[in-house]
Design a protein around this ligand. Structure first.
Ligand code: SAJ
Length: 412
């Protein structure tokens, strides 16, 4: 068998490797020639534990190849981004483009799986987009058992930083446009998934995925709101959470400087735009989390005002701990807000995973990239924005006598 995966990012590439190591020929397709060139050399264009070894192995064995052109294959997986528009509706242009590249290559019996997180109804649209270009093929329709190709949704649900483990161990939801589509698509995931494979319809699968991320967003918002309440009451939020979480039915998440990444800050809006009148809690949680970087920056500014000419160290720039991904990062937003509010103050930023100053921070003359030890050494105020493993050790050595603002509770 031959499988093509469109989109060689955080989801597509690990999925490609997982399947290639099961003896299937996998062709990775990406519009970015640099990504294709890197994979062809057996390299990974981003950092994810254990991925590099797996990619170089699969490429060396000849099981994984990469190209910019969608080839013919027995099955196609779409793993492209679904960002959101200005108005917070889903931007399906990448999904549509992928469907339109697959359409001319399809042969009867082929399977098309959408993995990208998508609003309810998107998988059906994929079927329609393909059908419009291929009137010769009978597309799957509900209540119609006969179809030439099979279309299903199998939302990715791996956690960045643990992708290689979760890719294999997580349960998977597979929702077909028809039951037979789900069955066909499941056969792909049975190749490598050790978790259970749960069959359903496409819309339930789409909504389940969005609900997972909205659930997390709402719970982080709860933690963030509690943290602000505790701050105002001069109560230690981390102590409160530690105690409350000893209740058998309570599991409060960790407050932080905000919610970043490409999924959790985006996906809840797909629910909101599908039912704007009803999604009140989900929308409010989004607003609470989006507001967080401002709250954190305001607190840092308040601390700085106690000094005549302080130096501030901000530790961590990525969107969360132990990943190198600094896109959609609340830490960067916090830093830029502080830099803007305190143009006279020297701000040292440090992140072992970020070797150069992120684009969004380049405009500030008072910002400098430093190594963490140097930054902490020189700072009057130390703000921990991301709890990277190497930062934890700083607690024991270098923080004495400084004002500490640990937004992640890592130094407790
Ligand atoms: N965060 C907190 N407090 C917490 C947990 C997270 O502030 O207690 C912050 C993180 O620092 C980060 C953001 O939330 O800025 C999101 O991080 P995350 O680790 O919760 O999630 P992601 O975005 O890396 O991955 C999520 C996962 N979804 C769920 O756990 C329900 C993952 O399984 C999904 O596959 C992924 O979204 C996705 O691609 O949809």
């Amino acid at each position: 068998g031959r499988l093509a995966i469109l989109g060689m990012g955080y989801i597509g590439l690990p999925t490609a490797v997982a399947i290639a190591t099961r003896g299937i020929d996998v062709i990775g397709v990406d519009i970015n020639p640099a990504t294709v060139a890197a994979i062809s050399r057996g390299e990974v264009p981003f950092v994810e534990p254990d991925l590099a070894v797996a990619v170089s192995g699969a490429v060396a064995m000849g099981r994984l190849t990469a190209t910019t052109q969608t080839p013919e294959a027995d099955a196609f997986i779409i793993a492209v981004p679904t960002p959101f528009n200005e108005d917070r509706t889903a931007n399906l242009s990448y999904v549509k483009a992928a469907a339109e590249q697959i359409a001319p290559r399809l042969k009867p019996g082929n399977i098309v799986v959408l993995e990208s997180t998508s609003p309810p109804g998107t998988t059906e649209k994929v079927g329609k987009w393909i059908g419009a270009l291929r009137p010769d093929l009978r597309m799957p329709r509900n209540g119609d058992a006969i179809a030439d190709v099979f279309v299903a949704h199998c939302p990715e649900r791996v956690l960045p930083g643990r992708i290689m483990i979760e890719m294999v161990t997580n349960d998977r939801v597979v929702g077909g446009l028809t039951p037979r589509c789900a069955e066909k698509a499941a056969s792909i995931y049975r190749l490598f998934a050790q978790g259970e494979i749960l069959l359903t319809d496409a819309e339930s699968a789409e909504m389940a995925k969005l609900s997972e991320n909205a659930y997390r967003d709402v719970n982080i918002a709860f933690a963030n709101e509690l943290s602000m309440i505790c701050e105002s009451l001069h109560i230690d939020i981390w102590e409160v959470i530690r105690l409350a979480n000893r209740h058998p039915r309570v599991g409060i998440l960790s407050p932080g400087p905000g919610v970043g990444g490409h999924c959790i800050p985006v996906d809840p809006w797909f629910i909101v735009s599908a039912a704007p009148e009803l999604a009140r809690l989900i929308r409010t949680a989004r607003d609470v989390n989006d507001r967080r970087p401002h709250d954190v920056a305001e607190q840092v500014v308040a601390k700085a005002e106690r000094f005549r000419s302080p130096t501030i160290a901000c530790l961590g720039l990525t969107f969360k701990a132990n990943v190198d991904d600094a896109r959609e990062s609340p830490a960067i937003e916090v830093v830029s807000l502080i830099a803007k509010a305190l143009p006279e103050v020297e701000i040292l930023v440090a992140d072992p995973y970020v070797p150069t100053m992120p684009e969004l921070l380049k405009g500030y003359g008072n910002l400098r990239l430093e190594n963490a030890h140097e930054a902490v050494e020189r700072a009057d105020i130390v703000v921990l924005l991301v709890e990277h493993e190497p930062f934890r050790a700083l607690r024991h050595t270098r923080l004495g006598g400084k004002v500490i603002y640990d937004t992640r509770g890592a130094w407790r």
